[in-house]
Design a protein around this ligand. Sequence first.
Ligand code: CGF
Length: 820
Amino acid sequence: MYSKRFEKEAFKEEVKNNIKNLYRKTIEEATGRQIFQAVSLAVKETIIDYWLATQAEMEKEDPKTVYYMSMEFLMGRALGNNLINMTAYKEVKEALDEMGIDLNAVEDEEPDPALGNGGLGRLAACFLDSLATLGYPAYGCGIRYRYGMFKQKIENGYQVEVPDNWLKDGNPFEIRRDEYAKEVRFGGDVRIEYDPVTKRNNFIQENYSSVLAVPYDMPIIGYGNHVVNTLRIWDAEAITDFHLDAFNRGDYRHAVEQENLAKMIVDVLYPCDDHYAGKELRLKQQYFFISASLQALLVRYKKKHDDVRKLHEKVTIQMNDTHPTLAVAELMHLLIDQEGLEWDEAWDVTTKTVAYTNHTIMAEALEKWPVDLFSRLLPRIYQIIQEIDRRFIEQVRFRYPGDEGRVARMAIIRDGQVKMAHLAIVAGYSVNGVARLHTEILKHEELKDFYDMMPEKFNNKTNGITQRRFLMHGNPLLADWVTKRIGDGWITDLSQMSRLKKYVDDPKALAEFREIKYQNKLRLAEYIKKYNGIEVDPRSIFDVQVKRLHEYKRQFLNILHVMYLYNQIKDHPEMYFYPRTFIFGAKAAAGYVRAKETIKLINSVADVINNDKSINGKIKVVFIEDYRVSNAEIIFAAADVSEQISTASKEASGTGNMKFMLNGAPTLGTMDGANVEIVEEVGIENAFIFGLSSDEVINFENNGGYNPADIYFNDWDIKRVVDQLIDGTYSNGDREMYRDLYDSLVNTHGQERADRYFILKDFRSYADAQKRVEEAYKDREGWAKKALMNVACCGKFSSDRTIQEYVDDIWHLDHIKVDA
Ligand code: CGF
């Protein structure tokens, strides 16, 4: 254990010295941020030893390694998590206490590295945690964005995006690795030159621009096992020699272009989730990190092996969504043009090495690049994809003679576009969805043609989350209580949570469990008071919906229902009503107008309701600004109700749903994504399910038959709330402010159906489910049982389980063991 090696006095000395040497200050004089840096560097000292030991082990054992390629890693703060995984949290806390330093305050000084949008990026972070904890060799490969996900400010109810300069004071945990820098080339032309010696055509890229990719490594610490894997994120710099050359040649324009390219390429993370930006810079980002990662991977492999034809025996590459799919063509390019393999040999290696995870069926998320842009930016890569496409189409024609419709649907390049998902499926040796329902929809709807032709590739890997961050770190009260009751085995084996079931009928245990939730609600109430200036009652039901703002996630349904409840209370002040605090947290992509309108609506409703004294605080509405990993931990711990209300079939999996469950909040949701499996684990009696099924939604979408006007004109309560969007109730009399939201429910716009996300259709059944929540909550002990059952049944949703399935079914990795 690290903790055994932890020398309290030496650590304290190290912190003091760091402050002295870095800032020429004493502890008393140092700022909070400086103390954070000094503490982190002292912690890093220990990490480095284990990092070196892990590398040495990998050198020695040469295990098969996964390279997890992802445009996003939503890591969240590192310090606390590292201490937990080093099993040194309590010791370090104590040491700092003795120095008069509060570890929580130090943790709060750390910028929240937000190199990701939401679920997909956070999943990547959980996977890295689990890989290290299970002792599997892994590299995360991504981009070191200078600006991560924007910080959200709410001004006058509107979202305002503020740049997140997370690297301003430096990142104490990273290490720059100049020695592994790689050149990445863009644009230019490809000259074909016949080599009479090898009797092969050589493809030579000329007149290109290039940048230098410089890696920064971050340690990923396994829980209590000394394994330290690496997250390698790439920064871009201008190539100075080229730069000088260009000046000498007088090619000033080209030199400046390269300089600008380098500056821009890693500047910002595109803030779109479940949506495809289609921007040239995004394609450049993708190629940049893929090319650099693959070049580095091949160098590493070749240090020990001389036959690249066997790459797949030691390396597997997981493509996190289609964003890294250029890996297919880049690997082909490196194997053919650099390593001298024949096409068939290179294809054989590539198709045994790359695997693809699909995260969404949302049409607007599917990446398709215009051919002219693609071929201009990546001329050689485009040639390779053309050839892959040509050969693939031959196979489809052979398999389905005369079926040109199928050929058109399956082609990689069609209608002037390069379809990245098709490329990923054609080349990948595995294609997986992220929850059972999602995978079934992929197989039988979205990717049906591909499933028909290559069913063996398709498999499901239901997402998971790490209990180390989302319980141990986020909810220490509950974590300690669980350990007291069932021991600490759950930390690395979440299925052991099932042993809590025996406490469901133990009044003392239930009382303790309830008290912990109450304490966590107090903590969130303080946070809300501090950051929102709103007093909330910790005895009210904390009904929480936190996630990205997207129409399919239906925050709109939630707030319409709040408006409906408010009408009810106003109409019937005597009516029984259990006080409720509706808590929202969500960022909207900067250009997503309707999502931003929804944020404004939530804030306007909050303003009206929170300031209406006549309802005696029965409802409070809170929009938590800047929802991110660090405040998420506080929110999950305090939630009573977990709102997972996406239109069935649209949410591939969801992972917030699992974090709520782990923290003892029953799901109020549709049968969508992983909710289906949550209900299966916990029992329908411990969840609140409503709404259309995915089959019903898909049926309406394919065959029509739903007209929201039928509901609007026939259900008076619904009509009233919908009309309140345009009668000025929530807009100081402005009838236009929410016109677009109103229209989205009742008017068809060109291609867009009215109520595309079935909000009105599901409204009544949602309101009924909410009523059932209220009824159940009244029975305080009954509710605690439901909540505890959620904790007890959450074992399946550990990312440790997910990773083990990836290893068993897809990656087939070797274990590593690092001795202390
Ligand atoms: O990936 C998502 C999330 N929005 O990032 N998708 N993408 N792209 C899905 O919508 C979630 O349902 C899923 O849980 C997550 C991780 O797989």
